[in-house]
Write a protein that binds this ligand. Structure first.
Ligand code: AMP
Ligand code: MG
Length: 427
């Protein structure tokens, strides 16, 4: 650790994840500001108000098939039944259904009063003549009461809460809100996430690196990840590896709801981030996690002046000092940064997304470190199958770009064999 600003506190992966989850739960107690958005622009946002049904859903007993509305007991006698009328989607409910009759009905139409089932068009034998049509259910077919009908209110009753505050908004939630007549939604304001790259070797992505220089690639990646996790990325200019440059950058970043710093947190001579944070009054929750990549991860919070904040919690701003290598930044953000950001965004579900898959080849482990190896998982077979991507360490962007997950190798494992079921962290 740099010039020793905080006593080292290196946790296991599980302990660090628990600590972050507990912090995130605390942050959730303060609700973000509320704003209104058009429904069409609500994807990726979070409900700031529960969604309630404005009427019964469906609002009338609805046929799910083209066919004939009937009384199941009558149709089950397999006798010819007169077609008493016809109704299609968009027409007002008809009926009552006369005894011994059926009513022609189209998908989405209200079921006529008196009918309790719909026989599919494909399943009837037509008879009679054009003036007096009849249909009959053939002997080999059966029909049950309720078949092919969704009863009024079966999905929801008027006034029911359909979705709680904090539900992330995607396509399904937008459809439901539309069905309730919401052209606009109340959503939580997105947390502003400052992303600060540090390093004397870094140049902007539109410049040509000189000898010994590299482009600042991890910040563009983090901006994409922040956006996907519900935050508003704020890319700060690259800070050089001097105390003065870091102090100025950290002062500027105080306006953000969350601060992500990359680089400068390992044990090198120019790893000056921790001392700079300490000068701003930071508390460090941990200064390392026994994971690979990502070991030098730093998590803490620091006081920031209330007047300068948009939505920061109780005058303190959470920060992560992410290791500079892009693969390390990606893993540590997914595991620890994203849950904190989700909490600041008011999202109910915050954890990283893990899944199970079958391992395609033997994998070596490093006992003492939980490893997260870039891997490609295929979901097309009978079960997900995962294979590590060949990589040259945590600066290997090409390897990460070919991966769609990270294979989790537990701390206590000494190797994992092909065919075993393993955990993967979805990107
Ligand atoms: P550091 O954590 O500062 O010791 O950096 C570790 C490694 O990551 C070094 O090889 C850096 O050049 C590289 N690195 C640091 N920041 C970035 C960045 N923003 N984009 C790409 N690589 C970076
Ligand atoms: Mg550096």
């Amino acid at each position: 650790m740099g010039s020793g600003s905080a006593s080292p506190n290196v946790l296991s992966f599980e302990a660090a994840a628990e600590l972050v989850a507990a912090r995130a739960a605390q942050l959730m107690r303060v609700r973000p500001a509320v704003e209104r958005v058009q429904l069409g622009r609500a994807a990726g946002r979070v409900f700031a108000e529960g969604l309630r049904a404005d009427s019964d859903q469906p609002p009338f007993a609805r046929s799910t098939r083209d066919g004939f509305a009937c009384r199941a007991t009558e149709a089950s006698k397999h006798r010819a039944l007169a077609v008493a009328g016809s109704i299609r989607a968009g027409e007002a409910p008809a009926g009552p259904l006369p005894p011994g009759a059926v009513w022609e009905i189209m998908t989405g139409a209200p079921v006529p009063a008196g009918a309790d089932a719909v026989i599919m068009l494909e399943y009837v034998e037509a008879g009679g003549n054009p003036a007096e049509r009849t249909i009959r259910l053939p002997a080999e077919r059966a029909i049950q009461k309720g078949e092919n009908i969704v009863a009024r209110g079966a999905q929801a009753r008027k006034g029911d809460q359909l979705l709680p505050v904090g539900t992330p908004i995607g396509a399904g939630q937008i459809a439901l809100a539309a069905s309730c007549g919401c052209a606009e939604l109340k959503v939580f304001a997105r947390p502003r996430v400052a992303i600060l790259a540090t390093g004397d070797e870094l140049v902007t992505i539109n410049s040509k690196p000189g000898p010994g220089q590299i482009r600042n690639s991890s910040n563009a990646m983090l901006a994409a990840m922040v956006e996907a996790a519900g935050g508003e990325p704020w890319l700060l200019p690259i800070a050089r590896d001097t105390a003065k440059a870091l102090d100025a950058a950290l002062a500027r970043a105080a306006e953000a709801d969350l601060l992500l710093i990359t680089g400068g947190v390992s044990a090198g001579k120019f790893d000056l981030v921790e001392p700079a944070l300490a000068r701003t009054g930071a508390r460090f929750h941990f200064t390392g996690v026994r994971i690979q990549p990502g070991k030098p991860l730093v998590f803490g919070d620091r006081p920031v002046k209330e007047a300068r904040m948009s939505k920061t919690r109780r005058g303190r701003q959470c920060f992560f000092g992410l290791p500079g290598n892009p693969v390390s930044s990606a893993v540590t953000f997914l595991l620890f940064g994203a849950p904190v950001l989700a909490a600041l965004a008011g999202r109910l579900h915050r954890g990283p997304r893990f899944a199970l898959a079958r391992l395609a080849e033997n994998v070596k482990a490093k006992p003492g470190l939980t490893r997260f190896l870039p891997a490609a998982c295929t979901f097309s077979g009978s079960a997900p199958q995962v294979q590590p991507v060949a990589w040259q360490g945590s600066g290997d962007l090409a390897a990460m770009a070919r991966a769609n997950c990270f294979l989790v190798v537990p701390e206590e494992a000494d190797r994992i064999k092909a065919g075993e079921i393993v955990r993967i962290l979805l990107i």
